[in-house]
Structure formats: C-alpha cells, structure tokens
Design a protein around this ligand. Structure first.
Ligand code: ATP
Ligand code: LTN
Length: 326
C-alpha cells in the first residue's frame, strides 16, 4: 500500500480548485492507499490572518473534508499544529536548505509582491511543507499544479539530507492530475482560483448555494468570439469552463467542445455539473456545522495516529544530523 500525504491551508473557504485539484482525489485515494491528510494551520500564518478567522477556518475546513467524504476510519485526518514534530523537523531541514533556493520559489515571489511587510515564514514555508511530507515516509503527494516547484524542493531536501547524513527519508513522488490541476479564477481566467487572492465572484466556494453557483458561472469572463474551443492560451475563460465541466464529469475538455453550441450553453452545463457535484457536500456540511464535537473528536484521534508515525521519523533525523538523545 502506498503512503499518501497531502495538506490544505485553512486560509479561507475551500473552492472548486481545491476540490478538483485535491480534495476529490483525497477521497478516492483513501479507499486504496494509506492516506494522511493534514489541515496545515501553521502554513496559514504565513500571511496576515486574524486569530478568530484562523480558528473558524480550521474547523470549517475539517468539516468540509468530512462532508466531501473524507472518512477518519479510512485515513488519518489531523491538524498540523497538533503534531509538534512538524516544526521540529522543519528546523533541521532549514539547516540544510539555502536562502537562494527559497528565494527562487515562484509562489514566494507572487505572494510577497506588493506587500510592504513580508513574514519571514513566507520564505521558509516550503521547508515546513517538506517536513510535513517527509515525516510520514510518504510515497505519493496528490496536489494541484501550483505545488510542483515546492515538491521538487521537498525531493531535493530529502536527497540532500540522505546524501549528507545517511539514508533517513523516503523521496516522494508527486501526483498532479491531467485535468483539473489548475482551475482558473472565473473573473480573471489568467490567474488561478485562490482562497487568498480571488474575489468572491471569481471563486466558487464549496459552501455556495446552487443559485450563487449559477450566477457566478453566468457572469464568468469569456472573450469576444463565439466559438467554443479548448485553447487555454488564446481562450483562457472558455477553456477554463471546459476544463471545469470535464473535471466534474471525468471527460476530456477538448473532446467536449464540439458538442456545445454557445458560451451560454457551456456556462449552464458547467454550473449544472458543479451544482450536482457539490449538492451532497453542502448537505452533509450543514449537519456537521451543527455538531462541532464530532469534528473535534475526529481531529483529536487523527493527531494521535499521526504523531505515532511522525515521532520515530523525527528521532531518526535528529540522530542522523548529530543531536544527542535525551
Ligand atoms: P491560498 O490562496 O491560501 O494559497 P489555495 O486556494 O491556493 O490557497 P491551498 O490550500 O494552498 O489553496 O491548496 C490546497 C490544494 O489545492 C493544493 O494541492 C493545491 O495545489 C490545490 N489547488 C489550489 N488552488 C487550485 C486551483 N485553482 N486548481 C487546482 N488545484 C488547486
Ligand atoms: N503548500 C500547500 C499546502 C501544503 C501541502 C503540504 C501540500 C502544506 N503542506 C504537504 C502537500 C503536502 C499549498 O499551499 N497548497
């Protein structure tokens, strides 16, 4: 059985990109793999976030995971901050990473741009992400396309550590889907749909009502032509709608295009597909939101199981690098 690990930040409401690029696949993988899913609250602190918002988003994200079909009896679901080994290993890895390689991360450059205050944790964040993955002897990391560079760094750090201090970590592979790995903002289809930067109109939240979903698709930005064609470079808006429809139905975006007569028809088809996809999630989420005790209990149990795996890996790394045991 492959060990799988992935994380999502509780930095806002989960959206269609998170669902198609990550969450939907987490649910599929828990059936066949030994899966660990982490709500990475420490990562959410890399940008300004109020304590109340962070607390609420952490609970909401956990409830949405459960509502989407993550089953704590089939995988380990936990909160990063509950397992102190993550920050402990991150320090050891920071001592093997270089300032230059962190500065080259494109997500750091994007997120730092235009801010006069940049938290130093925004720079070191990919090292904490590497610690997340390496603590669990992970074989496969299912993620969206935007995490490709971070996972390359994870692999490099693991190989460098193993080379310098002896075989300590499993070097993980990434699993990025062909379709749905980069869902774009409905209002700015050249930018990815994102919790922290998309406007409410550009993002379909997992908790949106069917009426909201329909309205957002109707107002989605397309182009001044009329031909429905899959061409992400020249027709980003239309191609994004095709990709959403394809990812929701398990189809191929280019193959769908000839069967759709107009932009109006495309928008309606995409809206219908997403409404159908999200309906059961919304229903279960409403039940769980009324029962925070169930969510908290699942997370507590998850943290215990996670720590049982993480602690021996940290210990191994500490000994390898030359720290004395107590
Ligand atoms: P933030 O804006 O706070 O960075 P985000 O919306 O990018 O948040 P993350 O929590 O960073 O979301 O990502 C969780 C998972 O969802 C990752 O695997 C990421 O690759 C994936 N993901 C994020 N945005 C998209 C998107 N637009 N399309 C497909 N996958 C996505
Ligand atoms: N960096 C990721 C979230 C994340 C993650 C991880 C993903 C943190 N740790 C470990 C996969 C594996 C993001 O911002 N999307």
């Amino acid at each position: 059985m492959a060990r799988v690990f992935s994380g999502i930040q509780p930095s806002g409401t989960l959206h269609l990109g998170n669902y198609l690029g990550a969450l939907q696949r987490f649910v599929q993988r828990q059936e066949v793999d030994d899966a660990y899913y982490c709500i990475v609250d420490l990562h959410a602190l890399t940008l300004e976030i109020s304590p109340e918002v962070l607390r609420q988003a952490t609970i909401d994200t956990a409830a949405l995971f459960l509502a989407a079909g993550i089953d704590p009896d089939r995988c380990v679901l936990f909160v990063q901050g509950h397992v102190p080994e993550h920050t402990q290993l991150a320090w050891l890895l920071e001592c093997t990473a270089s300032y230059g390689e962190l500065q080259r991360m494109t997500q750091f450059k994007d997120k730092a741009q235009g801010r006069d205050q940049v938290r130093s944790s925004l720079l070191t964040y990919p090292v904490l992400m590497a610690a997340d993955v390496l603590l669990y002897d992970t074989n496969i990391v299912p993620v969206g396309d935007d995490q490709r560079q971070h996972l390359e760094l994870t692999r490099n750090l693991a190989e460098r550590f193993n080379h310098r201090y002896g075989k300590t970590f499993v070097v993980p592979e990434m699993d990025i889907p062909e379709i749905g790995a980069r869902i774009m903002d409905l209002q700015v289809p050249t930018k990815k749909m994102s919790k922290s930067t998309s406007s409410p109109q550009g993002l379909i939240a997992l908790s949106d009502t069917p009426a909201e979903i329909e309205r957002k698709f109707r107002r989605a930005v397309t182009d001044s032509e009329t031909e429905v064609r899959y061409d992400p470079e020249h027709k980003p808006g239309v191609s994004n709608l095709l990709e959403i429809l394809a990812a929701a139905n398990g189809a191929d975006p280019a193959g769908l295009a000839p069967g759709i007569a107009s932009y109006g028809e495309l928008k309606q088809a995409a809206a219908d597909a997403v409404i159908e996809l999200f309906a059961p999630v919304r229903e279960r989420y409403a039940e769980l939101a009324a029962d925070p005790g169930t969510v908290a209990a699942a997370l507590r149990k998850g943290a215990e199981k996670a720590e049982a795996i993480a602690a021996p890996t940290l210990e191994r790394a500490q000994r390898a690098i030359g720290l004395l045991s107590t």
